[in-house]
Design a protein around this ligand. Structure first.
Ligand SMILES: [Zn+2]
Length: 88
Protein backbone atom coordinates (compact mmCIF):
# COMPACT_ATOMS: atom_id res chain seq x y z
CA UNK A 1 0.00 0.00 0.00
CA UNK A 2 1.36 3.39 -0.99
CA UNK A 3 1.71 5.95 1.73
CA UNK A 4 0.35 9.28 0.63
CA UNK A 5 1.55 12.53 2.10
CA UNK A 6 -1.78 14.30 2.10
CA UNK A 7 -0.17 17.56 3.17
CA UNK A 8 1.21 17.81 -0.35
CA UNK A 9 -2.01 16.90 -2.11
CA UNK A 10 -4.39 19.64 -3.20
CA UNK A 11 -8.00 19.76 -2.03
CA UNK A 12 -10.01 17.08 -3.84
CA UNK A 13 -13.08 19.33 -3.78
CA UNK A 14 -11.70 22.48 -5.34
CA UNK A 15 -7.96 21.97 -5.89
CA UNK A 16 -7.09 24.57 -3.27
CA UNK A 17 -4.11 24.47 -0.98
CA UNK A 18 -4.32 22.55 2.29
CA UNK A 19 -3.08 24.10 5.49
CA UNK A 20 -2.22 22.33 8.72
CA UNK A 21 -4.55 23.60 11.42
CA UNK A 22 -5.90 22.67 14.82
CA UNK A 23 -9.61 22.38 14.56
CA UNK A 24 -12.63 21.96 16.80
CA UNK A 25 -15.31 19.44 15.99
CA UNK A 26 -18.70 19.09 17.62
CA UNK A 27 -20.71 15.92 17.72
CA UNK A 28 -24.30 15.59 18.80
CA UNK A 29 -26.36 12.55 19.65
CA UNK A 30 -29.56 12.11 21.62
CA UNK A 31 -29.40 15.70 22.80
CA UNK A 32 -25.85 15.36 24.10
CA UNK A 33 -23.11 17.40 22.56
CA UNK A 34 -19.40 16.81 22.83
CA UNK A 35 -16.69 19.06 21.57
CA UNK A 36 -13.22 17.97 20.58
CA UNK A 37 -10.70 20.72 20.16
CA UNK A 38 -7.06 20.83 19.21
CA UNK A 39 -7.35 18.13 16.57
CA UNK A 40 -4.59 18.32 14.00
CA UNK A 41 -6.09 18.37 10.52
CA UNK A 42 -5.54 19.79 7.08
CA UNK A 43 -7.99 22.45 6.05
CA UNK A 44 -8.49 23.76 2.53
CA UNK A 45 -7.94 27.50 2.52
CA UNK A 46 -10.35 27.86 -0.39
CA UNK A 47 -13.46 25.88 0.52
CA UNK A 48 -12.77 24.89 4.13
CA UNK A 49 -12.94 21.15 3.52
CA UNK A 50 -11.33 19.24 6.39
CA UNK A 51 -8.87 16.38 5.87
CA UNK A 52 -7.42 14.15 8.53
CA UNK A 53 -4.21 12.19 8.40
CA UNK A 54 -4.73 8.61 7.14
CA UNK A 55 -6.72 6.78 9.80
CA UNK A 56 -7.17 10.00 11.74
CA UNK A 57 -10.85 10.46 10.90
CA UNK A 58 -11.67 7.04 12.37
CA UNK A 59 -9.79 7.83 15.57
CA UNK A 60 -11.56 11.15 15.94
CA UNK A 61 -14.94 9.48 15.37
CA UNK A 62 -13.99 6.79 17.89
CA UNK A 63 -13.05 9.41 20.48
CA UNK A 64 -16.30 11.30 19.85
CA UNK A 65 -18.33 8.10 20.24
CA UNK A 66 -16.59 7.25 23.51
CA UNK A 67 -17.25 10.74 24.84
CA UNK A 68 -20.88 10.59 23.78
CA UNK A 69 -21.26 7.27 25.62
CA UNK A 70 -19.57 8.78 28.68
CA UNK A 71 -21.79 11.84 28.52
CA UNK A 72 -24.91 9.65 28.42
CA UNK A 73 -23.72 7.44 31.31
CA UNK A 74 -22.78 10.43 33.43
CA UNK A 75 -26.17 11.97 32.57
CA UNK A 76 -24.54 15.13 31.38
CA UNK A 77 -27.53 15.90 29.23
CA UNK A 78 -28.01 19.57 28.53
CA UNK A 79 -24.37 20.10 29.38
CA UNK A 80 -21.45 20.12 27.09
CA UNK A 81 -18.49 17.83 27.38
CA UNK A 82 -15.24 19.12 26.00
CA UNK A 83 -12.12 17.15 25.27
CA UNK A 84 -8.94 18.84 24.31
CA UNK A 85 -5.84 17.25 22.90
CA UNK A 86 -2.77 18.78 24.50
CA UNK A 87 0.88 18.36 23.99
CA UNK A 88 2.95 17.68 27.10
ZN1 LIG B 1 -11.10 23.06 -1.25
Amino acid sequence: MRKIDISKEPCSECGGRLERKYITQEYEREGVKVKLSGIAALVCNECGEIYFQPGGADKVAEAANSLLRLAVIEKQHKRSLTAQICRV
